[in-house]
Each structure stands twice: as C-alpha cells, then as structure tokens.
Design a protein around this ligand. Structure first.
Ligand SMILES: [Zn+2]
Length: 348
C-alpha cells in the first residue's frame, strides 16, 4: 500500500535547444532577477539588453535579510533565478515567503535543486534541508548549459548515483524498524521508479561525459524526474540516504567551496562499501562519466573526510541509514578510508 503520497505540483518544464523565445517571454514579465555575475553575462548574450533594463537584479552572493525586504516590497509578480544550486535555493526560499511566481533558468546541471521544493544551501538551511517552493517554470536551454565548465554539469550525476545507497538505507530501515525512528515503510513502486533513473544514467553515461546535447538533455531529464519523485513521495528518502548525510556534513562543517554532486558521488562510493554492496557498479559509472574519485581533486583532506563521517549521522533527524546501524568510531572510519585508498576505490 502506498502510505505516503503527496499531491505533487508539476512545474512547466522546457528542455532543449532554440528556447530563446521562452526566455524572452520570461523577461517580458519584468521579473526581479537573482543571479550570479556569470549568469547575467550569459543571459545578456542571449536576449536584447532592453529586456533586462529597469529590473532589479540581485547577486545571489549578496542575499541577506535587508535584500529580502526589497523583494517583499518589489512590485514584480515573478522572480527569475539564473545560475546553479545556490542562486536557485535562495530564490526558492524568497518566492516561498513572498508567494511570487518562480521561474528558474539553470546555467549548470550540478544538482537537482531546480526540480525540488527543498533547500540545502548552508546560508539558509542550518541543519539538513528545509521546505521552500518548487519552481513554477524551469527552462533548461542546452546551449546555455553547454557553455558551462563540463565539471559543473557532470557533478549533477552525483544526485542520481545517490539512489543506489539511499535505496539500500531505506530497505535497511524497513527490515530493522529501530524504535527511535519513525519513518515510512519501504515503497517498492517508488523505489523501482528511482532505480530506473540509475539504469538510465548508466546507459547515457558516455554521452554525459562527452557533454553532447543528448547527454546534457538526458542528465537534465533525470534530475527533473528525481526532483518529481521527491516532491511526489513527500520527502527525499528514495534518493537521499547516508551518502547525502555525508555530503551535507561536509557542506555544513567546512568553508571550502565544493560541488554538491561530487561530494554525493564520493559519499555513494564510501557508503556502498559500508553497505557491502557492489562498489564496482558505482565506480564504473563514475569512471565513464568522469566524476572525480580523488580527494585532492574534490578539495578534501583525509582528516576532513573522517570528521565529516563522524558527524554525518546527526545531520538529519529521523533518517536511519547504514551509518546508524554500524555506529563506527573515528579509528574504524580511518581504517575504512585507508582500505578504500589501498583498493584504489578512492584516491588521495
Ligand atoms: Zn543532492
């Protein structure tokens, strides 16, 4: 029986090439704009300058409570977000508070932030993720996406890989039903839909690596669908487990700039090993797509990984995972990461 199924608001989605007219329509509404500098440059190269004159443009990095008041008082009926996960998260929160129509034009595919109602940015969410608004309209122009550094787009695949370990954690909860946790039973139908996204990622891995329009389109569709599943199911359980607790722990505890999807992909490798699952399945997809397995490349030290692993299980209330079952000590985590390095599953 499906015990938890929320009514799901599905936004208007456009994915493809030649979407200039769709983008022009958005700016004709004279929305407020939240973006980063690079995205403003990209959009100026895409539409007439006159279309974005006289509009309030806020840089995503400048967001604070004073600017939030400006949004509340602004006469614009809609807000458009352009950029990656951080800019989109901020706008999802603002439009949730102001009830304004929300349009998102991602410039990179580094997370599924544009397709969910959850916010993970540490500027807003202090622990785990918080509820916000799902965008009303998403325009993914593949010409814009293709302009981005390949590494940013490829990182998005991490948010699909996570289904592998999240699914295991969910089943683990269902088998053990530990008293301190009160979660929903494993839902075979939702789980199978999620796992099918993982199959599809595997099939399209080469195209994604090559950064072709076909590869980017499939990645964008997978991220949108993974966002739908989260919204429809009512929480991130089908695609967020121990690997996300690990990624969130790094994002919250260290100041460096990381790519969320790269952290999640690394977390998926580590957790699938702890879960005694077939790590080579994940490693093969990671290798084909070209996601990093080296700590230096991701921007992490050995010590940071260990600190993050220790804190990971407290990142989200009421989510039972392999980390809770094993309850490992610092020295046990150290040995496991050393083992993974020795086996060449991750590199220093
Ligand atoms: Zn994620």
């Amino acid at each position: 029986m499906i015990e938890k199924m929320k009514s799901c608001y599905i936004p208007e989605i456009h994915i493809g090439i030649n979407l200039k007219n769709e983008i022009i329509k958005v700016f004709e509404e004279k929305p407020d704009i939240v973006a980063n500098q690079d995205s403003i440059k990209i959009i100026r190269g895409f539409i007439e300058d006159s279309l974005i004159e006289n509009q309030a443009i806020y840089l995503a990095k400048d967001f604070d409570s004073i600017r939030l008041k400006n949004f509340i008082h602004s006469k614009a009926k809609s807000i458009v977000a352009m950029g990656g996960g951080a800019a989109i998260d901020i706008v999802k929160y603002i439009s949730f508070l102001t009830k304004k129509r929300l349009i998102v034009i991602p410039t990179i595919l580094s997370t599924n932030a544009f397709a969910t109602s959850k916010i993970c940015s540490k500027e807003i969410a202090t622990k785990g993720s918080i509820e916000a608004k799902i965008p009303d309209k998403v325009i993914i122009s593949l010409e814009i996406i293709k302009k981005a550094d390949k590494r940013f787009n490829i990182a998005g695949a991490g948010d699909i890989l996570s289904i592998y370990t999240a699914n295991y954690d969910w089943k683990l909860y269902d088998n053990e039903k530990p008293e301190e946790f009160d979660e929903d039973n494993y839902n075979e139908t939702i789980a199978n839909v999620s796992l099918s996204l993982l199959n599809s990622l595997e099939k399209n891995a080469r195209q994604i690596k090559e950064h072709t329009y076909e590869g980017l389109e499939s990645l964008a569709q997978l991220l949108i669908l993974s966002g739908y599943i989260t919204s429809m199911y009512g929480n991130g359980r089908p695609e967020s487990g121990s690997e996300h607790l690990f990624a969130n722990s790094i994002e919250l505890n260290f100041n460096n700039k990381f790519l969320h999807g790269e952290l999640v992909a690394l977390g998926t490798l580590i957790m699938s090993y702890l879960q005694n699952q077939d790590v080579s399945y994940i490693m093969d997809i990671i290798n084909i797509i070209g996601l990093p397995r080296s700590l230096t490349e991701i921007g992490l030290t050995f010590e940071e990984i260990i600190d993050a692993l220790i804190k990971a299980k407290d990142m989200k209330k009421n989510r039972y995972t392999i980390l809770h079952k094993l309850n490992l000590s610092r020295s046990e985590f150290e040995n496991i990461i050393k083992e993974l390095i020795k086996k060449n599953i991750i590199m220093e």
